[in-house]
Design a protein around this ligand. Structure first.
Ligand code: HEC
Ligand code: HEC
Length: 360
């Protein structure tokens, strides 16, 4: 095969010398095997794309199975208990707020507000992120201050601005609701404590997974899962738009912290590291589910995906700490529309849950 290919190439080379046509192009065409030839044909003549379906696919990985910590295995009963605790407003200091108040399925497991109102209506410092696919982050919160969902879960319960509850108060409250005892009997040998409450909530959160978007079906091999425009948007995402530099890996995040140029007085990652260079940096957000979770960014400043794309296109707001990866992109209207269409194709359908009845 190889030798024959060589002979054909040599022949094409001679032919190109003889006819004076572009020898380089002939040689490249000559090297294409059948699969590459088919891939090349995957771009219709009318499309502005330059990358083939298989080349586009090569930039991405599937989300893969949910990582589960060894000391908190998933069981159906544990997930059900966690879900019940997640929706139970009685856990908060004034019995009014549950996790669901700010992380509602109908709002992409966030709440569609720039900033949520917490305990007694106080406005929180940062925009509420979604719980979707949080199981895949290395670190949680905008500034990455929690290392696991288990660690994260007790944060909002104790935060005086959020649920304003002490851990003792939390355990007392759960113990005071008789209906919880049999659930804890089954899952945790009867032990109601803060650690087990956090474990159950984390196990439930690991079921809020979105991994069957049009994007996912495309990278799994279904060429028809994306429209031509969405594929063009995918190409912009990985090339001219430079999005993949940070929104990389299976969960569309490098699990790292960047300053995208937003001028806010939030120290971000600096809160955790106390390093000057981390001032104003935030964790790269995953993108599945985003169509449901407007508004966007750590302060919820952008109402639409279009506004986010316009922001990146103009190269950010030029804050002094802005990442060198944020540069003016010079996208055409057609490119911006395609990128937005692709972001919708990543977004998929928000996972639904049955809200359990609260135990008494
Ligand atoms: C009053 C609104 C509010 C309530 C109630 C609330 N959260 Fe949140 N949640 C937020 C905000 C705001 C953040 C981001 C805070 C930050 O990054 O500093 C957040 C962050 C998170 C994150 C991290 C997401 C990420 O991308 O890293 C998870 C997970 C989460 N909350 C789960 C919960 C759970 C579990 C509960 C109930 C125990 C809960 N939240 C209750 C507002 C709320
Ligand atoms: C330098 C790294 C970097 C690059 C390049 C980058 N992003 Fe981001 N992206 C981030 C970070 C960090 C955040 C959170 C920033 C904040 O809130 O201050 C973010 C937030 C977002 C959000 C909002 C997510 C949410 O839940 O609020 C969207 C949408 C988004 N980026 C899409 C894109 C697109 C599209 C591109 C390419 C045009 C892109 N990003 C390029 C790092 C980056």
């Amino acid at each position: 095969m190889l030798r024959r290919g060589g002979v054909v190439l040599f022949f094409l080379f001679i032919l190109s010398l003889m006819t004076g046509c572009n020898g380089e192009e002939a040689a490249v065409d000559g090297e294409l095997n059948q699969e590459q030839q088919e891939a090349k044909e995957s771009i219709p003549a009318s499309s502005p794309r330059t990358l083939t379906d298989s080349e586009l696919r090569g930039y991405f990985e599937p989300l893969g199975p949910v990582p589960v910590p060894k000391d908190n295995p998933m069981t159906e009963e544990k997930v059900e208990l966690g879900k019940t605790l997640f929706v139970d407003h009685r856990l908060s200091g004034d019995q009014t707020l549950s996790c669901l108040s700010c992380h509602a399925p109908g709002a992409g497991y966030a709440d569609n507000k720039a900033k949520s109102k917490g305990f007694e209506g106080v406005l929180l410092d940062r925009h509420t992120p979604s719980v979707i696919n949080t199981a895949y982050y290395d670190e949680l919160f905008w500034d990455g201050r929690a290392n696991s969902l288990e660690e994260q879960a007790l944060g909002p319960i104790q935060n005086p601005m959020e649920m304003n509850q002490t851990l003792d108060g939390l355990v007392e409250t759960v113990e005071g609701i008789e209906g919880y005892q049999p659930m804890f009997d089954e899952v945790f040998d009867g032990k109601i404590n803060a650690e087990n409450i956090a474990k159950a909530i984390a196990a439930f959160e690991r079921t809020i997974i979105l991994d069957d978007t049009k994007h996912d079906r495309f990278i799994a091999g279904d060429n028809d899962a994306l429209t031509e425009q969405e594929k063009f948007g995918m190409e912009i995402f990985v090339t001219k738009g430079n999005c993949l530099t940070c929104h990389s890996g299976p969960n569309f995040t490098d699990n790292n912290y960047h300053h995208v140029g937003i001028d806010s007085d939030d120290p971000g990652r600096y809160d955790v590291t106390q390093e000057e260079e981390d001032m104003g940096k935030f964790r790269t957000m995953g993108l599945r589910g985003i169509a449901a979770t407007a508004p966007y960014m750590h302060d919820g400043r952008f109402d639409t995906i279009e506004e986010v794309v316009d922001y990146y296109d103009r190269g950010g707001d030029g804050h002094v700490n802005q990442s060198e990866f944020i540069q003016p992109l010079g996208l055409t209207e057609e490119e911006k529309e395609a990128l937005v269409a692709y972001l919708h194709a990543i977004s998929g359908d928000v996972p639904e849950i049955d809200i359990p009845e609260l135990p008494e």
